[in-house]
Design a protein around this ligand. Structure first.
Ligand SMILES: NC(=O)CC[C@H](N)C(=O)O
Length: 224
């Protein structure tokens, strides 16, 4: 299985993501710079890592979403290739219109860096098949703009269609997200955005591997 990781100025989680994907895939992912549009044909999964692309000006992810590489991501996503955006990657996918809603400043108005608990709200998505329905997992977060918001019609659709993949559980919502939403998939089910960082919990050296099944699911390495 082969993955691709996008590289943009200001991202700082790309190395963690590349290490995690190399560990899980058994081969290094293709890395694709923001001005490139050539994502390899044999790529099964495109990942947009976290960080602070363009220093979070004008809004988190707004400038990155308009870079040439995102045209290639959109084309691949339309063909059904799986895409994951983590943290700033989630913000970029929202700014690119590949996922609905918006990520606002945390309700506390503070940067939050801690571990949260996540509920696997829908274990039937392409990214969660390796978990059981309702499973509670650990995951770290580190962001200041993770407060997910969508208008009530959009929210109703997300909930009704099973597009909420992960919710903050056990009172650990770190940012004020509506309905405790931590991660969503698009209507077609092949694009996932989430604020927590599963790439930082994939092997025992990380102190746990609760995030591993997400990538294994996305890469088709476990039965969905
Ligand atoms: N870790 C990250 O990806 C941070 C995302 C974004 N820059 C924020 O702070 O909200």
């Amino acid at each position: 299985m082969k993955a691709a990781v996008l590289l943009l100025p200001g991202l700082n989680r790309d190395r963690d993501m590349i290490a995690a994907l190399t560990n899980i895939c058994g081969q290094a992912p293709q890395t694709v710079w923001q001005t490139e549009t050539g994502i390899d044909d044999d790529v099964d999964l495109i990942v947009i890592p976290g960080g602070f692309s363009y220093g979070d000006y004008l809004r988190c992810g707004a400038i990155a979403a308009r870079m040439p590489v995102m045209k290639a991501v959109r084309e691949k996503a339309e063909k059904g290739v799986r895409v994951i955006g983590v943290c700033n990657g989630f913000q970029i996918l929202v700014e690119a219109g590949l996922l609905p809603g918006a990520l606002m400043r945390n309700a506390s108005l503070k940067f939050v860096c801690r571990e949260v608990m996540l509920e696997v709200t829908n274990a039937k998505t392409a990214f969660t098949g390796g978990y059981s329905q309702g499973q509670i997992i650990r995951c770290p977060v580190a962001h200041h703009d993770g407060n997910y918001f969508a208008d009530s019609a959009t929210l109703g659709d997300l909930e009704a269609n099973g597009q909420v993949a992960f919710r903050y559980a056990n009172g650990t919502n770190p940012n004020g997200s509506v309905n405790d939403i931590a991660g969503i998939v698009n209507n077609a089910g092949n694009v996932l955005g989430m604020m927590p960082h599963p790439e930082n919990l994939i092997e025992s050296a990380h102190g746990g591997d609760d995030g591993r099944a997400l990538f294994e699911s996305a890469l088709g390495l476990v039965a969905a």
